[in-house]
Design a protein around this ligand. Sequence first.
Ligand SMILES: NC(=O)c1ccc[n+]([C@@H]2O[C@H](COP(=O)([O-])OP(=O)(O)OC[C@H]3O[C@@H](n4cnc5c(N)ncnc54)[C@H](OP(=O)(O)O)[C@@H]3O)[C@@H](O)[C@H]2O)c1
Length: 248
Amino acid sequence: MDANNKKVALVTGATGGIGTAICKKLASNGYTVVANYRNLAKAQEWQNKMKTEGYNIAIFEGDVTDFEAVGKMVAKIEAEVGSVDVLVNNAGITRDGGFMKMTPEQWREVISTNLDSMFYCTRHVIAKMVANGFGRVINISSVNGQRGQFGQTNYSAAKAGIHGFTKSLAMEVAKKGVTVNTIAPGYIGTDMVMAVKEEIRNKIIEGIPVGRLGSPDEIGDAVVYLASDGAAFMTGANLSINGGQHVY
Ligand SMILES: NC(=O)c1ccc[n+]([C@@H]2O[C@H](COP(=O)([O-])OP(=O)(O)OC[C@H]3O[C@@H](n4cnc5c(N)ncnc54)[C@H](OP(=O)(O)O)[C@@H]3O)[C@@H](O)[C@H]2O)c1
């Protein structure tokens, strides 16, 4: 909680396509949002843009692949804003490549950013959530962690691992008012996906029964729900938001 008794939500990878939408949705729903970043110039530009759109969002540096750095970031947030009530583990990267040519660096970078970060960030906020009797941990996975994808053994392994983490931690903290859930987005119309050649993008869309890409706001809305008091009975779940691309 911050000084005004507003819940504090920390979003990692906040300056990205989905992270930005999550921040705006949480801010519009009464949370004090703090944004994690690793590139100061980019984060400041982002923060200014948010300000022009009416969102006042504090930014905090922290490489989510560095346990100590995340610890320092969380301590700073606690000192300057308040303890974290909602953690959205959203930072992620891809380093795609066929398995036969995949390098250990491609493997480690992806596992570290997408999966180690879950442990590093959550580990630093969970004790306070348990002590406060309230907490929400929301982990952003991917449809490709559920179904696999050519050229993404690293990414799919990390994203599948996220949900194992979610399920186990959910059990450990369930009696303490803390929920832990996964969101598995399908293809979302972020800059990254819009940069894919139109022809290839159209092929992807053909495989989505709803007939379009998802919007970052649709992920943001799900985060707002999972963060809410109304979602107290939902824990250990994996919310698929993929336009029907993968049903099981
Ligand atoms: N877009 C999709 O269609 C889609 C589909 C399924 C799942 N997802 C998942 O959704 C999440 C957000 O994706 P997006 O499309 O919004 O990607 P994005 O625009 O590339 O944003 C990723 C964010 O993560 C940050 N980040 C990367 N490595 C970091 C590190 N070591 N420490 C701190 N921050 C770091 C990036 O910061 P920098 O800008 O400084 O690198 C950026 O702000 C990811 O976990 C992704 O895997 C996306």
